[in-house]
Design a binder for this molecule. Structure first.
Ligand code: CTP
Length: 468
């Protein structure tokens, strides 16, 4: 008999409270799974045969606390204690999707409850009463599946996914997070039931997107993204990404498969950053390649303006996928600028070219360079290290130039209000032109980036600008 030994003292305490109240309580779900995989988490799920909320109330009283929330429809209750989230549930016959539209809960036995969970690795329980503390109950071979790195449903996968189609996304998420494989029958069901994700009212767009973003946050998102593609889920939830797959051949020329290139870029960037939106920008940086693709005789394949077209595609994608609109501008900017640093990575760049990039990228400069580094996907290690060195050089140059003239958040040191006042002008195009001329002069290195110089320059161009 397999035993686990949770370190967390709260679990012993809850077990003793269960004994005093004649309740059978079990650890279940991700907490057990993670412990078996060698990691103790901070989210504890306690399942009770009988009334979970009633038991949660006893525990709350003994801990001298109120319950933090109670979901009557779902028969679950939440209690926070010392930064640990403890969720109590009644053993039930229904799925465990909090957002599901089938909230009526019917009590069930421990075995029945475990069978209605999503995957065998999440359907392992462990007793916490005195007589069975730490004893593992594994009716569906979850331990073996953890050992063999397999995602499998406890019941027929069609039934498990029918209970809650969001599990289609969860299968991919867990596979990506743990580097597990989705077992064959389970994967067939993922493929055949993918369309259920979008059936009216079954699963909300927000929940699908939330799973998608969690996949992007795994250590190696390419595992999940590739599974989404191969199962046909990508085509449904993010068709523009699915369209990246495919290679066109014309005579001796073929372009690289943009989908597989993108996967490498996303994996690369995930080694460099945990910033979700920078990872997202990496995912979409070449998104307009399929629609800008052209074969030009004598040149080969071109993707003219794909960065601009891609940036313009973002707004609709953000709206459709219910992504947070306050991240839109950031992603647009990175997509739009992702080619800009490339020529600067060559020798002989002028200070003014460096200034322009720094001024335009503003706060996003570092992230942009991170994206460019991740975008190097050559198979030749010498080339990779040469290109990376080049970006190191660009970064150094930027720092030097910035130190010289502090160009981040760059704008004309003489403000519009002052120009209006000086020349007695109303707001209008001409003010913009004055500012633009000053900024250009600074970027070109004609004048230093300070107030005094900018004002002198302003006076020197006054007549010329006001003339037309
Ligand atoms: N569960 C399920 N079906 C769902 C959601 C959850 O069967 N759609 C069950 C699983 O047994 C899962 C448990 O409820 O282990 C808790 O769900 P959740 O907190 O979403 O996931 P965890 O497995 O704890 O994973 P994570 O580490 O991502 O929180």
């Amino acid at each position: 008999m397999k035993r686990i030994s949770p370190e967390n003292k709260l679990i012993r305490k809850i077990g003793r409270i269960a004994d005093r109240n004649n309740v059978s309580a079990y650890l279940v779900g991700g907490y057990v799974r993670d412990l078996i995989m060698g990691k103790e988490g901070n989210d504890i799920d306690i399942m009770v045969t009988g009334d979970g909320i009633e038991f949660a109330k006893y525990v709350a009283v003994e801990f001298g606390k109120e319950l933090d929330s109670v979901y009557k429809n779902f028969e679950t209750a939440l209690l926070m204690k010392d930064g640990i989230k403890i969720e109590f549930v009644s053993a039930r016959k229904e799925s465990y999707n909090r957002g599901s539209r089938k909230p009526d809960v019917e009590h069930a036995s421990l075995e029945e409850d475990l069978s209605r969970r999503d995957f065998t690795i999440n359907a392992i329980a462990a007793g916490i009463n005195e007589n069975n503390f730490g004893e593992v109950i594994d009716n569906f071979g979850g331990l073996q599946d953890i050992e063999n790195k397999i995602i499998r449903t406890p019941l027929d996968p069609f039934r498990t996914f029918d209970d809650d189609p969001l599990r289609i996304m969860r299968a991919v998420r867990f596979a990506s997070r743990f580097g597990f494989e989705i077992e064959e029958n389970t994967f067939s069901a993922v493929r055949e039931m993918a369309h259920r994700l979008f059936e009216e009212g079954v699963v909300s767009r927000e929940r699908i997107t939330n799973e998608f973003l969690q996949i992007l946050m795994t250590d190696k998102p390419s595992i999940g993204l590739d599974l989404l593609y191969r199962s046909g889920v990508m085509e449904i939830i993010f068709p523009e990404i699915a369209e990246l797959e495919g290679v066109d051949q014309r005579k001796d020329f073929h372009h690289k498969n943009v989908f597989y290139h993108t996967l490498i870029v996303v994996d690369n960037i995930s080694q460099r950053t945990d910033d979700l939106w920078l990872r997202f920008a990496a995912l979409v940086h070449d998104i307009a390649k399929p629609r800008t693709k052209k074969f030009i005789e004598g040149t080969g394949w071109t993707f003219h303006s794909h960065e601009e077209v891609g940036a313009r595609m973002m707004k609709n994608i953000f709206k459709r996928m219910k992504l947070p609109m306050n991240k839109l501008e950031y992603v647009e900017k990175l997509v739009r600028m992702h080619l800009r640093p490339i020529p600067l990575a060559k020798e002989d760049v002028t200070d003014s070219a460096i200034r322009r990039l720094a001024a335009e990228a503003g706060e996003e400069l570092e992230d942009l360079l991170t994206l460019c580094r991740a975008d190097i996907t050559s198979k030749n290690p010498d080339k990779v290290s040469k290109f990376l060195d080049n970006y190191d050089r660009v970064e150094k140059r930027i720092l030097e130039v910035q130190e010289k003239d502090e160009l981040r958040n760059f704008q004309s040191p003489v403000r519009g209000d002052e120009i209006m006042e000086l020349f007695g002008l109303e707001p209008g195009r001409v003010i913009g032109e004055f500012k633009h001329r000053i900024e250009e002069a600074i970027l070109e290195g004609e004048i230093p980036n300070d107030y005094e110089a900018a004002k002198n320059y302003l006076m020197s161009i006054k007549d010329e600008v006001l003339k037309h």
